[in-house]
Design a protein around this ligand. Structure first.
Ligand SMILES: [Mn+2]
Length: 430
């Protein structure tokens, strides 16, 4: 039995206050879904099994390149971060794993494993960092890492990724996510083809270090920190990488890493079709890579992404098993509250996508009935699935209203007294 950080009494009391209304709402929604030929309990079962990983860096307060305004009771180290992640897991029951970033979270792997298992937490993908210089690092990544013109710098970046795999093996992780900041700020600064070739050669060495049951995720990003070109710019480049490296290499889609208005759900469909969708970093954006909370700006887009995922799931697409993770920056909210609500938003999109009448949709598509086809999606999207999500949480030991239970527990005030605030002078994009 794993330990709980929030006292069961607080959660039970809050749940008791909401339970009768939830049961009525669930029964009412169940009746309406039944008329559409959908069994509500079957949807709830799937939601209960749905998991999304928490990035360790997400529980700290983020910032921009202008400033970072620290929050109260921010985690001081990875062990505090694990405790914050345990709170998110306890109240939502949707986030069983933590994704570590090395060297930010570097510690004795056995201690890390012990700290996480205390709360029943596991470890998701390992994340390497060659987009900033670690303390006491020999060679700088200012002009790139895995694609750097200098062989020694590339070697250092390869070794770092191999070290992340080694740490992950002890932790029970099964994947390495590689995102690099390599690119250029000026036309002519780098030779596109040569830089990409150097990157591929370096990644072949990282790939060779993967255990048989691991996956390698590469993450594309259109711009930033390089503002003219990036080496792993877009999903096309990412697909080439995954094809070049081999069967264990997959593309990771971070929703914020595309140009505005790009049809991300279609990219998702393409990657599924050609068996190269590795997983997601969920977040939301208005202008660029804003790292806003998942589902906070364009929940319909999140739903459309899940519409593709559920379509693949239900059609039994071969090898389809994408990783789900949040990757967002919390500048003005309590990170624990944002991450809890974001996990729920991702679950919501999944539940709504499960409600799409796929047989009817296929008929409308084949009959060129554009209007009814889109209405088939809208009918699912308009359905308020909150009672399903809340009932899934209640049945698995979580909170009907995670925010209310979290606030009632006074967790943030408690840790604020133990963890001194650290003023952030530098840009704190985490
Ligand atoms: Mn990301």
């Amino acid at each position: 039995m794993s330990e709980s950080i929030i006292s069961a009494g607080v959660v039970d009391k809050d749940n008791a206050a909401h339970k009768a209304n939830l049961e009525r709402d669930y029964a009412s929604l169940g009746e309406r879904l039944d008329r559409r030929g959908i069994a509500i309990d079957a949807i709830r079962d799937k939601v209960e099994k749905f998991a999304v990983a928490i990035p360790s860096w997400g529980v700290g307060t983020g910032g921009t390149r202008f400033a970072r305004f620290p929050g109260a009771g921010e985690p001081r180290d990875i062990f505090d971060k694990i405790e914050d992640c345990a709170v998110i897991k306890q109240l939502t029951q949707a986030t069983p794993t933590v994704s570590l970033h090395i060297p930010w979270d570097k510690a004795d792997p056995n201690r890390l494993k012990q700290a996480a298992s205390r709360f029943g937490l596991g470890f998701d993908a390992m994340n390497s960092n060659t987009f900033s210089d670690a303390k006491d690092q020999t060679l700088s990544y200012k002009f790139g890492s895995l694609s750097h013109a200098d062989a020694g710098t590339r070697r250092q970046a390869i070794e770092h990724n191999l070290e992340c795999i080694e740490i992950g093996k002890t932790l029970g992780s099964r994947a390495l996510t590689v995102w690099i900041g390599d690119g250029s700020n000026f036309p002519g600064q780098v030779n596109f083809a040569k830089a990409f070739e150097r990157y591929l050669d370096a990644m072949r060495e990282v790939y060779a270090g993967l255990p048989d049951d691991w996956k390698l995720f590469t993450e594309h990003k259109m711009y930033e920190p390089a503002f003219y070109s990036t080496v792993v710019q877009d999903w096309g480049t990412n697909y080439i990488i995954a094809k070049e490296l081999g069967d264990k290499a997959f593309c990771l889609v971070d929703l914020g890493h595309h140009a505005p208005n790009v049809n991300i759900e279609m990219i998702v469909s393409r990657l599924i079709q050609f068996k190269k969708l590795g997983g997601f970093h969920f977040n939301d954006s208005k202008y660029g890579d804003d790292d806003l909370d998942a589902g906070s700006i364009d929940p319909y887009r999140l739903f459309l992404v899940f519409n593709e995922l559920v379509d693949a799931e239900l059609s039994g697409a071969e090898g389809f098993d994408p990783a789900h993770m949040l990757d967002q920056s919390h500048n003005v909210t309590d990170p624990i509250e944002s991450l809890m609500l974001s996990a729920v938003e991702v679950q919501r999109a999944y539940a709504q996508a499960l409600l799409v009448d796929r047989k009817a949709l296929e008929g409308f598509q084949d009959g060129n009935d554009a209007l009814m086809a889109t209405q088939a999606l809208k009918a699912a999207y308009r359905t308020d699935v909150e009672p399903i999500l809340a009932m899934a949480r209640l049945k698995t030991g979580g909170a009907i209203d995670p925010i209310a239970a979290y606030r009632a527990a006074g967790y943030r005030a408690k840790v604020a007294a133990e963890r001194p605030a650290v003023a952030g002078g530098s840009g704190g994009i985490v």
